[in-house]
Design a binder for this molecule. Structure first.
Ligand SMILES: [Fe+2]
Length: 270
């Protein structure tokens, strides 16, 4: 429970239908971008369900559980425009998918088209949803969040990270990274990335300067899984293990990688 229960009832089936309607607009684009959009449509659905499961585990009431589910459904809204324009999942100052999604939904009010009773949602929760979407891929959440905002921001980050490994494995390296597996295995990664693994921290995306660094920054997302349940779920799914089941071309790089994967396994199974 997160304060006084609220009485708004959401029509989740309708919200899901309207979101998919929006997402499907992007099916018209070229094959690679279409595949990227399809991957993100499926990801949104699964993250929404992860949000619901985490919310139930935390004994949220019905309204807060719905709110968590909606945030999951909406969190990557900005991905679709980013994919079509930039053909990558790479965030830049200009094309940050989390900021773009928050802007489209809450500044340009597309959320009003997706949630028919949006006018019943109070100001506090409008801000909670906006901040959860805006900050969902932050390296570190801002200090000035209210407890309620922090709860939902943390929840969406965990729900998102739990599915990211499946998305990468299922979509394939070229779809996600825009580079072949060979190109990635032939490259190196920076000390800043290695450091993140030994400190059990998310890798600062600005420090991933090589093809391999990009892949490793995704593996390091496991350090965002703060609850044991989420870590066990990821371990059980096996997708993270598949991402680590690779061999770098250069022996010195492979040696660093072995140390990193040992660290990941300790963290997941501890
Ligand atoms: Fe995202």
């Amino acid at each position: 429970m997160l304060g006084t229960p609220k009485e708004v009832v959401f029509d989740r089936k309708e919200i899901e239908r309207r979101c998919e309607e929006y997402f499907s607009v992007y099916d018209l684009t070229q094959e690679r971008t279409r595949k990227m959009c399809e991957a993100k449509t499926e990801h949104s659905r699964i993250v929404a369900s992860n949000c619901e499961n985490i919310a139930r585990g935390l004994n949220f009431d019905r309204y807060d559980t719905d709110l968590a589910w909606i945030i999951g459904e909406l969190h990557d809204f900005g991905r679709f425009g980013q994919i079509v324009v930039t053909k990558t999942f790479r965030d830049t100052d200009k094309w940050n998918h989390a900021h773009l999604g928050a802007s489209l939904l809450f500044k340009h009010e597309l959320v009003d088209d997706l949630i028919s009773n949006w006018d019943e949602v109070d100001e506090e929760d409008r801000v909670v949803m906006e901040k959860a979407v805006y900050h969902h891929s932050d390296f570190r959440l801002p200090e000035d969040l209210t407890p309620r905002e922090r709860t939902f921001c943390t929840l969406i980050q965990e729900a998102d990270q739990t599915d990211i490994f499946r998305t990468i494995v299922k979509s394939g390296w070229e779809t996600i990274y825009g580079h072949t597996k060979e190109e990635i295995l032939d490259s190196d990664f920076s000390d800043a990335i290695v450091q993140a693994f030994f400190c059990h921290e998310l890798a600062d995306y600005s420090k991933r300067t090589t093809y391999a660094g990009y892949h490793l920054a995704h593996i390091a997302l496991c350090f965002g899984l703060k609850s044991k349940a989420a870590r066990h779920r990821v371990a059980e799914q096996g997708y993270l293990e598949q991402m680590m089941d690779i061999e770098f071309t250069h022996p010195a790089v492979e040696e660093k990688f072995q140390q990193i994967t040992a660290e990941v396994r300790n963290y997941l199974y501890e």
